[in-house]
Design a protein around this ligand. Structure first.
Ligand SMILES: *[C@@H]1O[C@H](CO)[C@@H](O)[C@H](O)[C@H]1NC(C)=O
Ligand SMILES: *[C@@H]1O[C@H](CO)[C@@H](O)[C@H](O)[C@H]1NC(C)=O
Ligand SMILES: *[C@@H]1O[C@H](CO)[C@@H](O)[C@H](O)[C@H]1NC(C)=O
Ligand SMILES: *[C@@H]1O[C@H](CO)[C@@H](O)[C@H](O)[C@H]1NC(C)=O
Ligand SMILES: *[C@@H]1O[C@H](CO)[C@@H](O)[C@H](O)[C@H]1NC(C)=O
Ligand SMILES: *[C@@H]1O[C@H](CO)[C@@H](O)[C@H](O)[C@H]1NC(C)=O
Ligand SMILES: *[C@@H]1O[C@H](CO)[C@@H](O)[C@H](O)[C@H]1NC(C)=O
Ligand SMILES: *[C@@H]1O[C@H](CO)[C@@H](O)[C@H](O)[C@H]1NC(C)=O
Length: 325
């Protein structure tokens, strides 16, 4: 236990080093979502963004990271993650009421900004404003587009070593932290690129993921990823997404990591590629479905909502694990 406990650091220490998916990966998740939006949603949402984004959610999806590092936006820094009280790989566990920090976390931020965004969409639809002139609304769309990406990154839903930011590892002969490996090194390896992805348009690796979503070419069917995508149940749905991400920290992120090895060479990074592809694809499809539902004003009462990914454990199981302690 002591060995595990020493990694539990206050989340405030995260300030020094954390990012999220690298900013370009956030852009790409946004570009993927754009391809999955209805034309009507594209038309409405493009009116929410300031002119510099030319109506593109992908171009706007990385804004939240920069903003969190400004004096004005510092309050939103902690909205990028939730510190699940887990002990991966031995035990994964996430409880929104217990784990969402005072001042907010990624789950509460999704809920808060989604409800603001709903009003904004109504305002655009009724002609109250257009052209990105209401900043509260532009920020709400930019935050939602960003946080639905963050919540799919396993290390954004885990407290161990402050989301892996203090977990030293080696990657390609370079000393780095586990968080950075998942944010960028693995996506770049997966896409076989040595430069960041474009922040202006979709890159081939991500177009290919969109095709795979459309053709149902993942080991887990994409329709299952959207079982909970009703913006009226935002806390519940975001908690499920975070719980699923948290589970990966037990199932792979910490269970397979070897701090003496080079993760680029010992099979760790290659084994993680399919997880990163899955999590990125889920994020994009959920973002598009969320935004389409908001624009359509559809209250989705999922009929088959108990079907849940086979790589995850159910909320009920987690509750059980807790009770058994
Ligand atoms: C802005 O968006 C429009 C419509 O999607 C597109 O035709 C145009 O090329 C874009 N302009 C820039 C500078 O990206
Ligand atoms: C979650 O945490 C809250 C606050 O600590 C607690 O009251 C509640 O019972 C927990 N829920 C579950 C399912 O364990
Ligand atoms: C919701 O977001 C607004 C900014 O858009 C912020 O002022 C407010 O504190 C947030 N509320 C919560 C509960 O996070
Ligand atoms: C921006 O839109 C929000 C949401 O509809 C609204 O509450 C707010 O008053 C608007 N701000 C301005 C400056 O019009
Ligand atoms: C790491 O360094 C070793 C020895 O210098 C070299 O053989 C190996 O190819 C390097 N690996 C990478 C991924 O650069
Ligand atoms: C990765 O890219 C390099 C250089 O662009 C290329 O030579 C190599 O064949 C690619 N590898 C794979 C597995 O696609
Ligand atoms: C977009 O990418 C270009 C080229 O890498 C870079 O110079 C620019 O700063 C990026 N823009 C933003 C807003 O990050
Ligand atoms: C971890 O990596 C080191 C160095 O490559 C190796 O000697 C060791 O056997 C590995 N440990 C496990 C459990 O695979």
């Amino acid at each position: 236990m002591a060995a595990v406990m020493k990694y539990i650091l206050p989340a405030s220490l995260l300030l020094a080093s954390s990012a999220a998916w690298n900013t370009d990966v956030h852009n790409q998740i946004g570009f993927m979502a754009e391809e999955l939006l209805t034309p009507h949603a594209v038309a409405v949402l493009s009116q929410l963004l300031e002119p510099q984004y030319n109506g593109s959610i992908g171009r706007a999806a990385a804004w939240a990271d920069g903003y969190a590092h400004t004096d004005e936006g510092r309050f939103s820094y902690q909205w990028h993650w939730i510190d699940a009280h887990d002990y991966p790989p031995e035990r994964c566990n996430l409880n929104y009421t217990r784990d969402c920090a005072h001042g907010g976390c990624v789950v509460s931020a999704i809920a808060n900004q989604t409800s603001i965004l709903k009003g904004c969409i109504q305002d655009v639809q009724t002609g109250i404003f257009s052209g990105g002139t209401n900043l509260t609304c532009s920020y709400a769309l930019k935050w939602v587009s960003h946080f639905l990406g963050d919540i799919a990154q396993p290390l954004h839903a885990s407290q161990r070593a402050a989301g892996g930011n203090f977990f030293r590892v080696k990657f390609g002969n370079k000393s780095t932290e586990l968080h950075a490996v998942w944010d960028g090194y693995i996506p770049y390896l997966a896409a076989n690129v040595s430069e960041p992805f474009s922040n202006q348009s979709i890159a081939p690796f991500f177009s290919n993921l969109v095709s795979r979503i459309r053709k149902d070419q993942f080991y887990e069917a994409p329709y299952m990823w959207t079982a909970c995508t009703d913006p009226a149940r935002s806390v519940e749905c975001a908690t499920r997404w975070a719980t699923e991400s948290n589970q990966w920290t037990c199932d792979y992120v910490y269970s397979r990591v070897n701090q003496s090895a080079d993760l680029a060479e010992d099979g760790y990074a290659f084994g993680a590629v399919s997880i990163v592809e899955l999590q990125i694809s889920k994020a994009a499809l959920r973002l598009a479905t969320w935004l389409n539902n908001l624009v359509d004003g559809v209250a989705v009462t999922a009929g088959g909502e108990t079907s849940w990914g086979k790589s995850t454990i159910s909320h009920e199981q987690i509750v059980l694990d807790l009770t058994e302690e």
